[in-house]
Design a protein around this ligand. Structure first.
Ligand code: FE2
Length: 270
């Protein structure tokens, strides 16, 4: 899409498509120079991991910057509204023979009961998709069906009625996926000399608190310390107050989790 004054960076049609279908493909969103630097840095990350020399991903300059990269943040602001917080960044280099990932959904909620607010995963395919190693499968419109994260695993990586296979994308492409959209990675042969460079970064819309992991505050503090908040413009991306530690609630929930949860909500049925 051409960026001009007359055309918003996400057209009304594309916004409607995202909210209805649950995903939006952005071919070649990352420019070639930045894309090359990201791939080089991901290679360095793999070397560090193999040496068990681990660092927070936000401390890698190129990947850290990707978490606040204006071309994606501005698009997300049109889809999610002005404020949302980063949940995580994951990076991986998938080699030939990768086993794939079964059907699942990644929406963070405990327990899974509704889809009142939007969480997204942005999938970056730095060297595109070409039908080798793994194809992305999505089931359009499934984001509104409430199901546990792993409740779809029995479907493996088979096609589902209405599912789509994404296997052809140019380098530097991104796909914004509603985190509750059912998706999978189907293993494919080939790619022996062409590993898949993959980064996913997820963001949670403001308005409710989201379950997270204990280290999120440490990661956000580091991101802000490194200036990823862009002089205040994007500090909301690293706002730890938007999250709670799920582990703190597990035991109490399991103890009370019987029958219909609605009966345990204040003001209901009294
Ligand atoms: Fe996923």
């Amino acid at each position: 899409m051409t960026e001009t004054d007359a055309v918003p960076i996400v057209s009304d049609t594309d916004q409607e498509f995202f909210h209805r279908e649950g995903y939006l493909v952005l071919p070649g969103l990352i420019d070639a120079d930045y894309n090359a630097r990201l791939m080089t840095e991901l290679d360095e990350l793999i070397i560090h991991r193999e040496a068990d020399d681990r660092h927070m991903l936000v401390t890698y300059p190129e990947m850290g910057h990707l978490t606040c990269h204006a071309p994606i943040i501005e698009r997300l602001q049109l889809l999610l509204g002005p404020r949302f917080a980063m949940h995580h960044i994951h990076s991986a280099r998938q080699d030939a023979g990768n086993r794939g990932v079964r059907w699942h959904q990644d929406y963070e909620q405990f327990p899974q009961t509704n889809r009142s607010h939007i969480m997204v995963h942005v999938f970056y395919y730095l060297n595109g998709l070409n039908g080798t190693i793994g194809d992305l499968l999505v089931l359009p419109q499934s984001q509104n069906i409430v199901i546990s994260n792993g409740g779809l695993g029995l479907f493996g990586t088979e096609d589902l009625p209405g599912s789509l296979c994404v296997d052809d994308l140019p380098p530097g492409s991104a796909i914004i996926v509603h985190s509750a959209l059912w998706h999978a990675r189907r293993p494919k042969p080939g790619g022996e000399n062409h590993p898949r460079y993959f980064i996913d970064i997820s963001y949670c819309q403001h308005g409710v608190l989201w379950p997270a992991y204990p280290k999120i505050e440490q990661i956000n503090d580091k991101a802000l310390e490194l200036g990823l908040g862009q002089d205040g413009n994007y500090e909301f991306l690293y706002d730890s107050t938007q999250f709670f530690n799920r582990g703190d609630y597990d035991a109490a929930f399991q103890e009370r989790n019987e029958g219909s949860i609605a009966l345990q909500m204040k003001g209901v049925g009294v």
